[in-house]
Design a protein around this ligand. Structure first.
Ligand code: F42
Length: 145
C-alpha cells in the first residue's frame, strides 16, 4: 500500500482531513461559498505516493468534470501531471466513493460543453481563464468499468 502524502497547502490539507476523516459528512464545501467539493485520490507521478486533491463538484450525468484551474495561476497544478501519468482515480462525493478513469478533454466542442457546465457549477472558473494565458485543462472522469 502506497504512503499518503498530504498537500503542502495547509487549507487544502485541512479540508481533506475533515472530508475524508468524516467519511464525507463534513468539510463538503469550498470555504464559505456553500459550493460542493469532491475529493480526487490519485497517485503521484514521481513518488508513487497517494495524493488527495479537493476540486469543485461539476457533474455531467454520472461523470465528473475536473478543472485544473489552480486559481488562474500561470502554471498547471501538479495534479494535472499526475492524472496524465496515471488516469485511474477514486472520487469521493460526500459519502459515495467511485472508481473512475480520467481523460483530458481535447475536442473543442466537447470541451466547450463541459466547460460551460463547470462554470455554471463554479462561476469563478471563467474569471480564472480570463486572467491566465494558459488554456485551463479540463478532464472528464468516467466510471472505471
Ligand atoms: N484546484 C483546482 O485546480 N481546481 C479546483 O476546482 C479546486 C477546488 C478546490 C476546492 C477546495 C479546496 O480545498 C481546494 C481546491 N483546489 C482546486 C486546490 C487543489 O486542491 C490543489 O491544492 C491545487 O490545484 C494545487 O494542486 P497541486 O497538485 O499543484 O498541489 C500543490 C500545492 C502540492 O501540494 N504539491 C505537492 C507539493 O509537495 O508541493 C506536490 C504533490 C505531487 O503530486 N507530487 C508528485 C508526486 O510524485 O508525488 C510529483 C510532482 C512532480 O514534480 O511532478
Amino acid at each position: 500500500m502506497a504512503e499518503y502524502i498530504p498537500s503542502a497547502r495547509e487549507w487544502v490539507r485541512d479540508q481533506v482531513e475533515l472530508y475524508e476523516g468524516s467519511q464525507g459528512t463534513q468539510g463538503l464545501t469550498l470555504r464559505d461559498t456553500g459550493l460542493p467539493v469532491i475529493i480526487v485520490t490519485n497517485q503521484g507521478n514521481k513518488t508513487g505516493a497517494i495524493r488527495k486533491t479537493p476540486l469543485m463538484r461539476a457533474v455531467d450525468g454520472g461523470n465528473y468534470i475536473l478543472v485544473a484551474s489552480q486559481g488562474g495561476s500561470p502554471k498547471h497544478p501538479v495534479w494535472y501531471y499526475n492524472l496524465k501519468a496515471d488516469p485511474n482515480v477514486e472520487i469521493r462525493d460526500k459519502t459515495a466513493v467511485h472508481s473512475m478513469r480520467v481523460r483530458e478533454v481535447v475536442d473543442a466542442s466537447e470541451r466547450k460543453r463541459l466547460w460551460d457546465i463547470a462554470v455554471e457549477a463554479y462561476p469563478p472558473y471563467q474569471e480564472y481563464q480570463d486572467k491566465t494565458d494558459r488554456v485551463i485543462p479540463v478532464f472528464i472522469a468516467e466510471p472505471a468499468s
